[in-house]
Write a protein of this length. Structure first.
Length: 146
């Protein structure tokens, strides 16, 4: 898939000295164009790149020129089998629900849009994180018992 080069979401031009790499800009611009009018979708910078959230839950990331999508288990398996997607590894470990799809494997822009729709539907289906879970962290129950 060939994506047009352009400015980043916030209008800045990506240079080789910026935190985001030059080859991320086309994917970032494409995702922004597709997602800008979707209800409940907000873009933010995370992990040194652009991420999109729906109803407060992250579902897409522009990562090193490839889309990273949060997908249900069956969709993750399908993306891995048909598109050569792999679990997303932004650091030392990999993530459970996110896969990185090679942009070269997406033949048409409509293919990526269809996967984005799946990702948004899955994120919307997930329960909202409560304020208590966000502020106390994963070991909150252990602390309360001691």
């Amino acid at each position: 898939m060939t994506l047009k080069r352009g400015p980043t979401l916030d209008g800045r031009v990506v240079t080789k000295h910026s935190a985001r790499s030059q080859h991320t800009a086309p994917m970032e611009g494409f995702l922004q164009n597709v997602l800008k009018d979707r209800r409940g979708v907000v873009g933010r910078t995370m992990f040194g790149c652009r991420a999109w959230f729906v109803d407060g839950k992250m579902f897409a990331v522009a990562w090193r020129g490839n889309p990273v999508l949060r997908l249900a288990e069956a969709d993750r398996a399908k993306a891995c089998a048909t598109l050569g997607a792999k679990p997303w590894s932004p650091g030392r470990g990999s993530t459970k629900e996110y896969v990185e799809i090679p942009a070269a494997k997406l033949e048409k822009e409509e293919d990526l849009e269809a996967w984005l729709d799946r990702s948004m539907r899955y994120a919307r289906s997930l329960p909202a994180r409560g304020a208590r879970a966000r502020t106390e962290g994963k070991h909150a129950e252990q602390r309360r018992q001691t």
